[in-house]
Design a protein around this ligand. Structure first.
Ligand SMILES: Nc1ncnc2c1ncn2[C@@H]1O[C@H](COP(=O)(O)OP(=O)(O)O)[C@@H](O)[C@H]1O
Ligand SMILES: [Mg+2]
Length: 304
């Protein structure tokens, strides 16, 4: 980290992203973590980029405000397509449209649809940027980022680096187009601004975000873990912690004994493979984790 980056890191919010296979307990862990931070009085935002978010449900909150105040210094926000499209509009949409529409007859809505379909990573890119900007604005000391199931989240994490790579070639490709009657300047400007945006996001993901992976001691989940670590590594993203959820701690029946023995095999594999990582186990509770008290209980285990 350069001195400038260190300076930035000390000013902006701390950001923790929870990632993992569907249903393993990402939202549960994210919500408990946010509650833990907020209960020491720090301004904390739990934000979800899952298209089917469940933060409101887990905090038993109602109302449409974004962010929504839960209690004291705790806020939640569920990021949707509208916010992302708004950002695209603000940052690039109108400008790109002005240039584009000078040589193609197309109305704005059609254009937005067109750009978002030829660039499938667009909404992902703007979600990352949304959180990056939030973290720089200084309203929150902590941002806890709850995500969609693994595949979607990996795509989201790859997008800035991938676009950066593609945009490096864009000026060369563009320079060869025969568009003699249009000034190339505005387009080259847009390309270079976009390149900067992708570079900033890649930097943000690498240097500012702490990744926590949530898993459960079962075959498929453990198998997918390796792929997830490999992919994150490929983009230079480092995992700070692993949470093993739904661990059976009771053995007062044959059923539980058998279940625990089966989990033991996967727990051993996990501890063996990821010995360098901080690993925390979360027991399986005989109830759903919903509402204040139960989230507090989970927080107490995650932050002993
Ligand atoms: N340790 C646990 N014990 C019992 N139920 C749990 C535990 N962790 C999560 N759950 C329940 O499992 C379900 C899925 O959890 P959730 O956090 O929404 O997963 P994800 O966000 O990964 O899809 C929820 O109903 C939640 O209450
Ligand atoms: Mg979830």
């Amino acid at each position: 980290m350069s001195d400038v980056e260190k300076g930035l890191a000390s000013n902006g919010a701390s950001i923790t992203m929870f990632s993992g296979k569907g249903g393993v307990g990402k939202t549960t862990c994210a919500a408990a973590t946010a509650l833990h931070y907020a209960s020491s009085g720090e301004q904390t935002l739990a934000i979800s980029t899952d298209a089917t978010p469940s933060l409101s449900h887990i905090f038993e909150a109602t109302g449409e405000e974004k962010p929504k105040k839960i209690q004291g210094s705790l806020y939640i926000s569920e990021l949707g397509v509208e916010e992302v499209e708004e950002m695209w509009d603000e940052k690039f949409g109108k400008e790109v449209y002005d240039v584009f529409s000078s040589f193609v007859a197309i109305d704005y809505e059609e254009f937005v649809e067109f750009t978002t379909s030829i660039l499938p990573g667009l909404s992902d890119e703007f979600m990352v940027d949304y959180i990056r900007e939030l973290s720089l604005r200084g309203d929150y000391s902590n941002i806890v980022w709850d995500t969609a199931p693994l595949g979607q989240t990996l795509a989201l994490l790859h997008t800035p680096a991938m676009l950066l790579e593609h945009l490096r070639m864009a000026p060369r490709v563009y320079a060869r187009l025969k568009l003699s009657n249009i000034s190339k300047e505005p387009i080259l400007n847009i390309i270079s601004r976009w390149q900067q945006l992708s570079a900033d996001e890649t930097d943000f993901l690498r240097n500012r975000v702490k990744f926590v992976i949530v898993t459960i001691p079962e075959a498929l989940a453990v198998e997918q873990l390796e792929n997830a670590f490999g992919e994150l590594d490929r983009y230079g993203l480092k995992v700070g912690q692993l949470i093993i959820n739904n661990v059976i701690k009771a053995d007062d029946s044959d059923f539980l004994k058998a279940k625990a023995a089966q989990q033991r095999r996967y727990l051993d594999i996990i501890y063996d493979r990821y010995s360098g990582l901080k690993i925390v186990e979360l027991p399986m509770f005989p109830y759903e984790v919903k509402g204040w008290d139960r989230l507090k209980e989970v927080g107490g285990i995650l932050f002993p």
